[in-house]
Design a protein around this ligand. Structure first.
Ligand code: GLC
Length: 427
């Protein structure tokens, strides 16, 4: 452990602190992002426990309630919460049509890491009394969020939730979305991208992608945010293996938390969902890549791409062995875990979610491997991640061959992952 690197990581979080929430990085991402917030809280936990709990509480202050837009989306935790205005990002608060909310947000969600992170925070807390109190306050909101996923995103009870927008996956530009996005109409309205003001175009998605994500954003507003209409008419409907794995793990952790905090009924409800998903996930196995992959619900087609999303299967607790796939991935690049393996024709080393390494994904993949008994592989990923931090610092993501830092600089979840993984004892 390098203390100067830890100090620098703490400085990144402090510099990105906007009072109760942490922006991912100045300029490019000036609001509170959903799964980023959970990772940030883990980082804050290593040096300021009250601030860590506040991160999650501030995020949940934007959760939709029964009073919002007819109540059908109660429990939604949006992918962006706009606590204040900023014009360096598109699409900002005025674009989503959610002006009636008390705290303005987007109309889509993101991978639900929260219950897992809350459990890890509780386990590592020095101030157990405050941590227990915070977890108790958060429990009903966490349950409401998980219920939102199962109720609105798997209305048939198939065991496999769907996403309705590529941004809900957190892996926005994954090649797995090329097929379903090709079926989405391009918007015909004018809009102004802001990402290219901050990052080189070679690392960002093309215009055709933006034309479609804007179309999908506008469709939610036109549906009045009615989840029944959205699920019926959505032009992008995908069983994303990343969200499925993260929700599965989080529901297992939420069941454990609920039991610990005295809510046996909530625990049993989550366990039943976990069981259902456990039985259904086999349909997503890719024999070609030896890992589960995503599926397009509209065409029924498996989205057979070797992305890091499916490597979260061990972390999810699914009874599958992904060690061959991880070994194959690590053998193909100098630095792992590549977001897309080079064996895919879509591999593009510096382009966002088509090649680069994200450190929080490495943490989750390694944690799952460790739990499945693949300790050597887990340790290899940890050592490799440490080398990336030491050589390139806290960029948004890293080049899988050169190890260069890419995307936004002084990035919160990268710094937070360092603090949690490299400086604190594992919970
Ligand atoms: C990008 C990433 C997304 C992340 C956001 C903020 O949009 O694809 O996963 O949440 O940046 O860091």
């Amino acid at each position: 452990m390098s203390s100067t690197l830890a100090e620098r990581a703490q400085q990144v979080l402090r510099a990105n602190d906007r009072g109760g929430y942490t922006i991912p990085t100045a300029g490019l991402y000036p609001f509170q992002w959903n799964w980023d917030a959970s990772v940030c809280a883990l980082g804050w936990m290593t040096f300021d426990e009250p601030r860590a709990w506040r991160e999650i509480e501030t995020l949940f202050s934007g959760q939709w309630t029964a009073a919002d837009y007819g109540g059908g989306s109660a429990g939604l935790l949006a992918h962006i919460t706009f606590h204040q205005n900023a014009d360096s990002y598109f699409p900002g608060p005025d674009e989503w049509g959610t002006q009636a909310l008390a705290v303005r947000t987007s109309s889509i969600s993101q991978p639900p890491l929260h219950a897992t992170m809350v459990r890890w925070m509780l386990e590592s807390a020095k101030d157990q009394a405050s941590a227990q109190a915070a977890a108790r306050r958060l429990l009903p909101q966490l349950l409401a969020h998980h219920r939102w996923w199962y109720r609105t995103r798997d209305p048939e009870g198939s065991g496999l939730v769907r996403v309705l927008h590529p941004w809900e996956t957190g892996m926005d530009n994954s090649p797995a979305w090329d097929h379903p996005l090709a079926q989405v109409p391009a918007t015909t309205r004018a809009y102004q991208r802001r990402d290219l003001d901050h990052v080189d175009a070679s690392m960002r998605p093309p215009k055709a992608f933006y034309d479609r994500v804007v179309y999908l954003m506008d469709a939610n507003r036109q549906a009045g945010f009615d989840p029944v209409l959205m699920a019926r008419n959505g032009r992008f409907q995908v069983n994303d293996i990343g969200v499925i794995c993260i929700l599965q793990r989080a529901s297992r952790d939420l069941a454990a938390l609920a039991l610990q905090l005295g809510d046996a009924a909530g625990a049993a409800e989550m366990q039943a969902q976990v069981q259902r998903t456990h039985q259904a996930v086999g349909a997503l196995w890719s024999a070609r890549w030896q890992q589960p992959v995503s599926r397009c619900l509209l065409s029924g087609q498996l989205l057979d791409e070797p992305t890091s999303a499916g490597l979260l299967a061990a972390y999810a607790g699914f009874a599958v062995d992904i060690s061959t796939a991880v070994q194959d991935s690590l053998a193909q690049t100098r630095h792992g875990v590549a977001s897309t393996r080079p064996a895919s024709a879509a591999f593009d080393a510096p382009r966002y979610w088509r090649g680069p390494v994200w450190q929080h994904i490495n943490l989750l993949v390694a944690r799952g491997l460790q739990e499945q008994g693949h300790s050597e592989l887990a340790e290899r990923i940890r050592a490799d991640s440490l080398a990336l931090f030491e050589n390139a610092g806290f960029h948004e993501y890293f080049h899988p061959n050169t190890g260069a830092g890419l995307g936004g600089k002084d990035f919160s979840w990268t710094a937070a992952t360092y603090l949690h993984w490299m400086t604190a004892p594992a919970p």
